[in-house]
Each structure stands twice: as structure tokens, then as C-alpha cells.
Design a protein around this ligand. Structure first.
Ligand SMILES: NC(=O)c1ccc[n+]([C@@H]2O[C@H](COP(=O)([O-])OP(=O)(O)OC[C@H]3O[C@@H](n4cnc5c(N)ncnc54)[C@H](OP(=O)(O)O)[C@@H]3O)[C@@H](O)[C@H]2O)c1
Length: 343
């Protein structure tokens, strides 16, 4: 299966390392890598990944090739997140479907803001859209629901999906100052230079939107998620609560209202979604999810309450989630080549 990587930053490079290290056992050939300002490289015969990984700048300069012109069966969309518009990533994906490619992404923006259009385009071209990495690295969420929850309905979701704010509040519980914990997250490249997306809950709201729309058939936007800011005062509160044996964790909470049918068609599920600091006691399954770790609790009608946790992930776990999506696509017989292949 020929892959085009759009974006070659932290995740793109981690994926290239993984594909290179396991190349003997994997059915993939990277035929294109395209960046915004660091050049691009296209070769239908396949790129030598060890060589590409040594380069800071890719050899081809000038105007970037269009997504539709890339000689690939799947587009791996790993460009920069725009949490307000989801662009230009959503347009890249629509163009890939029109050209007969599958799409795998770690980019939350287009999935939170353009899911219906992307699904329609995937359906129209009989291609797959996969985005396991968008919510919590390789913590299985969508794969879990697909594989283990057939016919079950998810009524409620609680979770820790923001590594940066969980790290800050976990550090505060150990007496570390808010500013120092934030600076460490920035130094490690986990928090962005401008951390407001994390602290004001936009990152978590985008993830809650994806979970609600994909797993609960809701139709919400990030702005519909009620957000409380994680501030220095929250850090002090976390320190005080820890002294009494509790924990303050940055939680998303999504509750579905009972579903109504309207004139024979199923309305989207109404949900109430929020993000903010919540006090947990030691019996709560999310109490022990410390530091960079993430977890989700799914409350279902048939499968009861399921909790999954990913302990202290790194960027390699994001790349692995992308790989699991690609392997799933590669295992379908129709994936082998593009429907509208060019010579
Ligand atoms: N890092 C993580 O731990 C993590 C976890 C989950 C999800 N994600 C998501 O994964 C995606 C990639 O993250 P990252 O950390 O790898 O970001 P990054 O290091 O900033 O890399 C982004 C890459 O996208 C390229 N790019 C930007 N706009 C482009 C365009 N219009 N066309 C082609 N290439 C373009 C950039 O090129 P230049 O360098 O030339 O500007 C760069 O190579 C983001 O959407 C992020 O939200 C990341």
C-alpha cells in the first residue's frame, strides 16, 4: 500500500521511523512526503526512509504538489492543527477521497469540525477514513468500540484526554509550582509554546466533540462543550486536595439524553459535554491516572462500565495509532490500489 505523508514533524517523523524499523514485516511503501516550509519529495518507486530521516530539508522546493496528484493509495494527514477551522487539513482529505485514496489522520481539527462531509466523501468514493490517534494517542477508543461494543450504546463518557493539564495538576499534588510544571511540558514539546488551547480547555473540547459525535451519534461543535480554565488557582486547589488524600483531575464529561425518533428518522443524540477540574476520591478509576497518562471511562447499556488507560505515552504511541489504522486499511482486499489509478 503506497502512502503519502502530508506533514513531517514530530508525528510524521515518528511514523517514518516506525515504518523503517519494521519495514520487513509491514506492507507499506512511502511514495511522497510533503511539508509546508521544509520541501517535499515524491518518488512512485518508494522513498528510502533512513535517508529521508537524516534530512532537515527535503530536496524538492517550489510549489507543493497537490494532494490529488500524489502517487499513493492512502493519505496520512499529519499537518498542523487548526482547532477553529480544521483547515486546510479537511480540504486535503476531501481531495484525497476524490482521487480515490484512503485517509488516516492524527489531526483533530477536521474530525471535530467536518466529520459529516468527510464521511460522505469517504462513502462516495468507497474509501476508509480512520482517526484513532486524534483523541488519546494509541489508547484504543474507536477500535475498542468497533471491535468490542457491537450493538451496545454508550450513555456517558468521562476521561482524562489532556496530558498537559493532567501533568500540571499531578505535579501540583506533589507540591510543584504551576509555572514550573507548565514549563516542563513546553520543554518536552507536549504543551505548545502558547498553552492557552490546553489551559482553557479547547484541546479537550475538540476531543470531547469527536467522542460525542463518533461514539454517541451526537452533532456538537467544540464551542458547545462547557469549559473551565485550569489556572494557577486550580494548581493550589490540587495541592490542598492532595493533602487530604484526594486528587483534582482535568476531566471531560459527556452525558447523552435519551434518544428521540422524529417522523421516522433518528435525530442526533442530545448530549451535555463539559471540561474542567474535578475532585476524585481514591475509589474513582481515574484517581490513579497520573502525570502524562490518559484514560477514558465508557458507560454502556450492555457492556457495563469500561475503563481504558494509556500510561505515560510519547509521540511513538501517536505514530503507532496511525499505524494500526493503516494496517486495518491494508488488510481489506480492496485497499491494494487506487480505483482511479494513474499510469
Ligand atoms: N505531537 C503529538 O503528540 C500529537 C498527538 C496527537 C495528535 N497530534 C496531531 O498530529 C498532527 C501533527 O502533529 P506534529 O506534532 O507532528 O506537528 P508538527 O511537528 O508541528 O508538524 C506539522 C507538519 O505539518 C506540515 N504542514 C503544515 N501545514 C502544511 C500544509 N498545508 N501542507 C503540507 N504540510 C504542512 C509542517 O511543515 P513545516 O514544518 O514545513 O511547517 C510540519 O511538517 C497535528 O494535527 C497534531 O494536532 C499530535
Amino acid at each position: 500500500v503506497r502512502l503519502a505523508l502530508l506533514g513531517f514533524g514530530n508525528v510524521g517523523r515518528a511514523l517514518a521511523r516506525l515504518l523503517h524499523d519494521r519495514s520487513a514485516a509491514l506492507p507499506f511503501r512511502v511514495t511522497a512526503i510533503v511539508t509546508a516550509r521544509h520541501g517535499w519529495w515524491v518518488d512512485p518507486r518508494g522513498l528510502e526512509l533512513a535517508q529521508v530521516l537524516r534530512l532537515e530539508e527535503l530536496p524538492s522546493r517550489g510549489p507543493r504538489p497537490t494532494v490529488g496528484s500524489l502517487p499513493a493509495d492512502a493519505l496520512v494527514e499529519l499537518t498542523t492543527l487548526d482547532p477553529r477551522t480544521g483547515q486546510p487539513a479537511a480540504d486535503h482529505m476531501l481531495e484525497a477521497f476524490r482521487a480515490g485514496m484512503h485517509v488516516v489522520t492524527a489531526n483533530k481539527g477536521p474530525i471535530a469540525l467536518h466529520l459529516a462531509d468527510l464521511r460522505a466523501a469517504a462513502f462516495a468514493s468507497a474509501r476508509e477514513l480512520r482517526f484513532e490517534a486524534t483523541v488519546s494517542d494509541c489508547l484504543p477508543v474507536f477500535d475498542l468500540a468497533r471491535a468490542a461494543l457491537p450493538h451496545a450504546e454508550i450513555h456517558a463518557i468521562r476521561g482524562i484526554v489532556s496530558s498537559t493539564t493532567n501533568h500540571i495538576l499531578s505535579s501540583a499534588a506533589r507540591g510543584i509550582a504551576f509555572a514550573d510544571a507548565l514549563a516542563e511540558a513546553q520543554r518536552l514539546g507536549i504543551a505548545e509554546a502558547d498553552p492557552t488551547n490546553d489551559l482553557e480547555g479547547w484541546d479537550a473540547a475538540v476531543k470531547a466533540t469527536i467522542l460525542a459525535n463518533v461514539l454517541m451519534d451526537a452533532d456538537i461543535r467544540p464551542a458547545d462543550v462547557m469549559r473551565e480554565t485550569i489556572s494557577e488557582a486550580t494548581g493550589l486547589e490540587a495541592m490542598r486536595v492532595a493533602r487530604e488524600g484526594g486528587r483534582v483531575r482535568p476531566l471531560i464529561e459527556i452525558h447523552a439524553r435519551p434518544r428521540r425518533t422524529h417522523a421516522h428518522h433518528l435525530e442526533p443524540t442530545e448530549v451535555k459535554a463539559s471540561f474542567g477540574p474535578r475532585h476524585l476520591d481514591a475509589l474513582d478509576p481515574l484517581y490513579a491516572v497520573d502525570g502524562w497518562s490518559m484514560a477514558l471511562e465508557l458507560d454502556t447499556d450492555l457492556a457495563g462500565r469500561i475503563v481504558v488507560q494509556l500510561h505515560a505515552p510519547h509521540v511513538e504511541q501517536v505514530a503507532y495509532a496511525v499505524l494500526t489504522d493503516l494496517l486495518d486499511i491494508a488488510s481489506a482486499p480492496r485497499s491494494r490500489s487506487r480505483r482511479t489509478d494513474r499510469p
